[in-house]
Design a protein around this ligand. Structure first.
Ligand code: UDX
Length: 435
């Protein structure tokens, strides 16, 4: 099949590359000429394990192309994916659909023969109808169907998630379009991945409901963690104890400093707005948004308390800045609020992250970015573990002790245990573990 991918951001690039690796002929299109030039030279604009190799392989085998020109790619395509950004609109929290509608207008002028237009971007319920209306208005004669096909890719594991998904959701009334989508995802179908065919509006809602539910799970366990600290419990044991119940499931029950990233904060907010507009309030989602935002700041208070209530003039070393490991993404990362609040209380910040320091430098002032974990902790009054990168899980603790001013560790990701750290001679605090 021939595929045109409009928008070569995170989702478009990963999806386009994986479709090419399935054997389809894919052209990824972007208005940003410097991005396309870089991709044509083999330079990948994002940090995603395995992506560079997969792009190189499919370019070499002449299945994957990059271009600023949509015309040729869309004209011959069986499926045109819209994978442009849907950021939070300034002022009202709704998803900004400017780029989606601009893509629909461009596609409308170019489609030729039966074409499936697929919205991959996360879009509010009813956007597919609007995309269809835009194309129909420009080209009343065109033979096309608009399908919703949301992505469920985690940064850092996106290729694995694309190639071995729990399910594929296809939202459309058109049987002809379903056939094209089944052909596109055929390698998965052969692996017995469920392909759920629904109406378009339901498919659009599935994406928001999935992300909001995961955000609820995380926020729930974070509040249980706080309760554990007050009543003498251990949140990791609570997670295991409840997660073994199949109805609950063990995933997404790690307590920490609050969720961040490009999806959960944006999508929970957009879902809340959709629900409010439909006069069908989602109080649970509204609370999750509020509790999570407060939690990031609360983590700075936790560190300040741990340091005796005063951090003025103290040096604090942060290990990890990205919103999670294996990404350079700093969007909505808890480290941003933590650094701001600690600095406002007078602390000096040293920091190390294996991938995100360049991004972090755009968002944080007066932070000393260091060459490695041991460099970051030199002379520190306390270490704060903010992101659970693997390389922080087995630090040489004797070396750590010899480098810091005082051996204090606030572990916001629970990657060490209280007993182990006490034996190693550290004053240690973590999240939701009284023992
Ligand atoms: C998420 C969804 O998982 C994905 O399906 C969707 O398409 C996009 O949004 P991503 O943002 O890449 O993916 O990150 P994810 O791994 O889901 O983590 C999100 C945030 O939740 C991170 O800040 C992470 O640290 C936090 N988290 C996750 C927890 O605090 N505890 C957990 O148990 C799981």
């Amino acid at each position: 099949m021939r595929v045109a991918m409009i928008g070569t951001g995170y989702v478009g690039l990963v999806s386009g590359t994986c479709f090419a690796d399935f054997g389809h002929i894919v052209t990824c299109i972007d208005k940003d000429a410097s991005k396309i030039d870089a991709l044509n030279k083999g330079e990948i604009p994002i940090y995603e394990p395995g992506l560079q190799e997969l792009v190189a392989k499919n370019v070499a085998e002449e299945r994957l192309f990059f271009s600023t020109d949509a015309e040729e790619a869309v004209k011959g395509a069986d499926a045109v994916f819209i994978a442009v950004g849907t950021p939070t609109r300034r002022g009202d929290g709704h998803a900004d659909l400017t780029y989606v509608y601009a893509a629909a207008e461009e596609i409308a002028t170019l489609i030729d023969g039966f074409t499936v237009v697929v919205t991959k971007s996360t879009v509010p319920v009813g956007t597919g109808d609007e995309v269809e209306a835009i194309i129909r208005k420009t080209r009343p004669d065109a033979d096309f169907a608009v399908v919703s096909n949301p992505e469920f890719l985690r940064e850092g594991a996106a290729i694995e998630d694309f190639k071995r998904p729990d399910r594929v959701v296809v939202g459309t009334d058109s049987g002809k379009a379903v056939d094209v989508m089944r052909e596109l995802y055929r390698p998965l179908y052969l692996n017995e991945t469920p392909i759920l065919v629904t109406k378009r509006r339901t498919s659009e809602l599935i994406k928001y409901a999935a992300n909001a539910f995961l955000a609820v799970k995380i926020t729930f366990i974070n509040e249980i963690a706080d309760l554990c600290e007050k009543v003498g419990g251990n949140v990791q044991e609570v997670s295991r104890g409840i997660g073994l119940d199949n109805r609950i499931g063990s995933k997404f029950l790690h307590a920490g400093p609050g969720y961040g990233g490009s999806c959960f904060p944006k999508d929970t907010l957009a879902l809340s707005k959709i629900a409010a507009d439909a006069e069908s309030g989602l109080k649970i989602v509204d609370s999750v948004i509020e509790v999570n935002a407060a939690r990031k700041k609360k983590m700075a208070d936790k560190v300040i308390d741990f340091m005796g209530g005063d951090v003025d003039g103290k040096t604090i070393a942060l290990l990890g800045l990205a919103f999670k490991p294996n990404t350079d993404d700093m969007r909505e990362a808890p480290s941003i609020d933590i650094v701001q609040k600690l600095q406002a209380a007078g602390a000096k910040i040293r920091a190390f992250d294996p991938a995100s320091m360049e991004e972090a430098a755009k968002l944080m002032q007066d932070v000393m970015f260091c060459d490695g974990p041991y460099h970051a902790i030199e002379g520190a009054d306390a270490i704060v573990i903010v992101t659970e990168w693997d390389q922080f899980r087995a630090l040489d603790l004797e070396r750590v002790k010899s480098l810091v001013k005082t051996p204090k560790v606030a572990d916001l990701r629970n990657i060490y245990t209280p007993v182990y750290m006490a034996e190693a001679g550290f004053d240690y605090t973590s999240v939701g573990r009284s023992y």
